[in-house]
Design a protein around this ligand. Sequence first.
Ligand code: ADP
Ligand code: F6P
Length: 325
Amino acid sequence: MSTEIQSIGVLTSGGDAPGMNAAVRAVVRSGLSQGLRVLGIERGYAGLLNEELHEMKSSDVSDIIQRGGTVLYTARCMEFMTEEGQKEGARICRKYGIDGIVVIGGDGSYRGAGKLSKQGINTIGVPGTIDLDIASTEYTIGFDTAINTAMDAIDKIRDTSSSHERCSVIEVMGRSAGYIAITCGIATGSDDILLPEVYDGDEQTIIDHVLQNRKVGKKHHLVINAEGIGHSATLARHIEEATGVETRATILGYLQRGGSPTCRDRFMASLMGSAAVDLLLQGKSNRVVGVSNGKIVDYDLDEALKMQKTMPEDWVRVSQLLLRK
Ligand code: ADP
Ligand code: F6P
């Protein structure tokens, strides 16, 4: 163990994601087990600036691994976008004797961590977002729970859609990425999957598809629409007007962010939270933890933020091949 690192902090930032609690628990327990003092920082960077810090004992993270949300709360903080805010954050870290911080969040939170490391505080990022839109990792904490929650909701909508012989447009989250949409779309056998990465705004193709499905006797028609495309109610209206098939829009919204994390989210959060502490103990800073080829890896934070992520072509191809003809 490095002699320099004695106290670490942990915060959650940006949108909450199921499994963040498992990551917090992993940081706290892994740190304490290796002789560190661990401080929980509430409400992300906003809480850091407001000095909402408290020392955490092992028992403070008991009974949270199965809970959705984040016990440390989360926030978005404009003040931390400024250099003065970042300097103040570093000053507060020094005041509390914090040598390093684990930041659990999305790439916005990573940017904040990068700024803090430039102010001399060691930082390690852990990917926490339901969107799976962080380029430096194959896996983000919360994605698995979100897709299972959305899949369950879509299955339920399918029941009522079939009973009424309706078309349903179902909007899923994902910010500007379509990973939730493609995964749930394939897993629910949906008829059209609209991805921000691919969709060209051609509603006529969807309308033709609804009509063709009616001809072959299909009782329902499910369109999964990604949040990055939006306008689900308008699309539903256009489909109904053009086809005469009753069409309803459902925006799944925040229910996708809540709920008890799946086994995969808890497991991966535990591994990644623990890996972040190991990096701090090795004296590393300005790095992010991720998954590559199924293994836990870490990258330089600035390099990670430059990486690009693209929708796998085979996912899109398979979604087309599996449609009923
Ligand atoms: P996410 O981490 O889920 O991508 P945001 O993009 O909202 O969420 O970022 C979370 C917080 O991280 C912001 O509210 C802000 O406090 C901090 N942050 C984001 N970008 C920067 C930046 N360029 N510099 C400093 N802090 C940032
Ligand atoms: O990043 C997670 C996410 O739920 C996105 O899917 C969505 O675009 C965004 O957060 C919504 O953010 P807010 O909580 O600010 O409404």
